[in-house]
Design a protein around this ligand. Sequence first.
Ligand SMILES: O=P(O)(O)OC[C@H]1O[C@H](OP(=O)(O)OP(=O)(O)O)[C@H](O)[C@@H]1O
Ligand SMILES: O=c1cc[nH]c(=O)[nH]1
Ligand SMILES: [Mg+2]
Length: 219
Amino acid sequence: MQIHNLSLENTILNVFMSELRDKTIQTDNMRFRRNIERIGEILAYELSKSLQFKKQSVETPLDSTTVNLPENDIVICSILRAGIPLHNGLLNYFDAAENAFISAYRQHKSSPESFEIVVEYLACPSLENKTLILADPMLATGQSMVATFEALKPFGTPKEIHLVSVIGAQQGVDYVNNHFNEDTHLWISTIDEKLNEKGYIVPGLGDAGDLCFGEKLQQ
Ligand SMILES: O=P(O)(O)OC[C@H]1O[C@H](OP(=O)(O)OP(=O)(O)O)[C@H](O)[C@@H]1O
Ligand SMILES: O=c1cc[nH]c(=O)[nH]1
Ligand SMILES: [Mg+2]
């Protein structure tokens, strides 16, 4: 897997990241969602550098010129719930992308420490020969990303796969690295050191789904 960790460079992205993490600022749900969306836009821009471009002609009112335009057929697949603002950010740049949505959530069994990933809802176009972007802001254990990829297999074989995330734990990055082939790209804003006993990223930012949309009752 090719890992593109954007935190290795100092950019304006650091401002959005620090606001997502800051426990006083992150309580503003609208700002939290918008910061994830803005990071989705930045990650889309970075990812776009790896697409295939073809020279096209454009007629201006005065003359004609040529411009290199991407020719990939993109499908953005987001993992509900927290994937929604990241999805919006990607779609803000990839205007013509097709879209897929999947629900993957942690179902806790006997204790907060033990959970399994449950996939229930899936809406997806054909992925055959497409450029698949799998988006989830949190890459904690990596199990949601891998479970989603397995659930998408009946929809066709993508030409290329891009994983897009905001914060990963090193353990989750290693896990997806073992499950996806070496041509897969991971575009990620930052990689944190560890997970706690409940599978939360530390220092991380807390529960991204709740910070976007409010607390949910455990099932
Ligand atoms: O890498 P993993 O260990 O699989 O964890 C990451 C997943 O956990 C969170 O979802 P959550 O189950 O909290 O659902 P939510 O988005 O509805 O809050 C997050 O949004 C990811 O989908
Ligand atoms: O730290 C984490 C891990 C999984 N999901 C979250 O929302 N936050
Ligand atoms: Mg989720």
